[in-house]
Design a protein around this ligand. Structure first.
Ligand SMILES: O=C[C@H](O)[C@H](O)[C@H](O)COP(=O)(O)O
Length: 228
């Protein structure tokens, strides 16, 4: 029987913890794939007595890690992070990524840029030749956000403020999320620079030149790809 997307996520989550060594400080990403990784890490901590410190990228992940007995520290309480394992929404052939489907991209990027190595774990549906089919998430300060949205619309970026049940989706820093429906992104570095320079935009979801290793969930088993 064909594996479901959820089973592929579980498989890569479990495979990823093989890369965690005793004594490591590990960045813990966010999302449905990472949830399986954190479950598997909790199991290693409990059953093998693996000694790690986790640095969570969201309140959700912090709660899950704590509930499983994984020691956690905040980003400002560690002097380095050895390896961060996170999910991704889209990964291109040249290993550039879009993240933030779960509104966690700001904290995720802070943890990623402070990590020696970064690993992304995805099911194979996340791979695409060119970025942009997944709407690009921005984190935007609420104050003046309608003005930012107007400017984005004028640039032709098709912004959509992310809402749930009639309420603004809020990030863990209590900001809004604006998704850009770009279709395809020809020049990700230029776009990233342009967006981050807009006043009120705190972060954008392009993760460029970030990832070292990608684990892809395939029906015949996880595939480990070295990016850089
Ligand atoms: O904001 C959320 C994160 O960037 C996630 O890592 C990303 O959305 C992938 O999540 P999932 O594994 O649930 O598809």
């Amino acid at each position: 029987m064909a594996m479901t997307q959820d089973e592929l996520k579980q498989q890569v989550g479990q495979r990823a913890v093989d890369f965690i060594e005793d004594g490591m400080v590990v960045g813990l990403g966010t999302g449905s794939t990472v949830k399986y990784m954190v479950d598997a890490l909790g199991k290693r901590v409990k059953e093998e007595g693996l000694n790690v410190v986790g640095v969570p990228t969201s309140d959700r992940t912090r709660e899950q890690a704590r509930s499983l007995g994984i020691p956690v520290k905040g980003i400002d309480d560690v002097d380095h992070i050895d390896l961060t394992i996170d999910g991704a929404d889209e990964i291109s052939d040249d290993f550039q990524g879009i993240k933030g489907g779960g509104a966690a991209h700001l904290w995720e990027k802070i943890v990623a840029t402070n990590s020696t190595k970064n690993m992304w774990i995805v099911d194979e549906s996340k791979l695409s030749h060119q970025l942009g089919s997944f709407p690009l998430p921005l984190e935007v300060i609420p104050y003046g956000s309608s003005q930012v949205v107007k400017k984005l619309a004028a640039k032709g970026y098709k912004p959509e403020v992310r809402m749930r049940d009639g309420q603004h989706v809020l990030t863990d820093s209590k900001n809004y999320v604006v998704d850009l429906h770009l279709g395809e992104i020809d020049h990700p570095h230029e776009l990233a620079n342009e967006l981050i320079q807009m006043v009120g935009v705190v972060e954008q979801g392009l993760f460029l030149d970030t990832v070292n290793t990608v684990i892809v969930g395939r029906p015949d088993g996880p595939e480990v790809l070295q990016a850089r």
